[in-house]
Design a protein around this ligand. Structure first.
Ligand code: PRP
Length: 179
């Protein structure tokens, strides 16, 4: 089973669910009456996004974007491109960008830069996990589920070689799996 590949369970299924419910309650208050456009960044965000929006009680709209980075080249150049764009205009809209993890910050920095050009009424960031030790760009999320150490975390949308995304908990992968 996949659980055997974990060094540790960082947050259990129940802890993740409770945290996302609390985030949803906060967002319900903060976006009351504003019909926010909730934008998920594929692919990692889809599980968090699905749980999050079901915890938000105020009307909203959904859309998705995808960003691509270019392997090891991206590590040195920080080159990130938008690969799938929004369906609708966001001018004057309250946009909430949803991600599974804020790591180096390159992906969200690029997306924020791109979306700000379109003059949304507001643009906020909501991430399940924040790994501040890894940051190379100056960016902070407005809503953070959990702040995590610099470990190989998987589950709740986060993958290793496209695996483990469906795990309902946040686990730390055993080094023997990825080394
Ligand atoms: C992961 C994650 C974020 C990004 C965060 O995506 O989903 O999009 O990396 O890292 P950063 O802060 O260093 O930019 P990945 O490129 O692995 O694609 P995925 O969403 O398909 O998993």
């Amino acid at each position: 089973m996949m659980e055997e590949d974990m060094k540790e369970i960082l947050y259990t299924k129940e802890e993740v669910a409770a945290r996302i419910r609390a985030m949803g309650e906060q967002l319900t208050k903060d976006y009351a009456g504003e019909l926010p456009m909730v934008v998920g960044v594929l692919r990692g965000s889809f599980i968090f996004m699905a749980d999050l929006v079901r915890s938000i009680q105020t009307p909203l709209e959904l859309d998705f974007v995808a960003a691509s980075s270019y392997g090891s080249w991206a590590v040195s150049t920080g080159k990130v491109e938008m690969r799938l764009d929004l369906e609708k205009e966001i001018m004057g809209r309250h946009v909430l960008l949803v991600e599974d993890i804020l790591d180096t910050g390159r992906t969200l920095s690029k997306l924020v830069e791109e979306l700000k050009k379109r003059h949304p009424a507001s643009l906020k960031l909501c991430v399940l996990l924040d790994k501040p030790e890894r940051r190379v760009t100056e960016i902070e999320a407005d809503y953070v589920g959990f702040t995590v150490p610099d470990e190989f975390v998987v589950g709740c949308g986060l993958d290793f070689n496209q695996k483990y995304r469906q795990l309902p908990y946040i686990g730390i992968l055993k080094p023997s799996i990825y080394e």
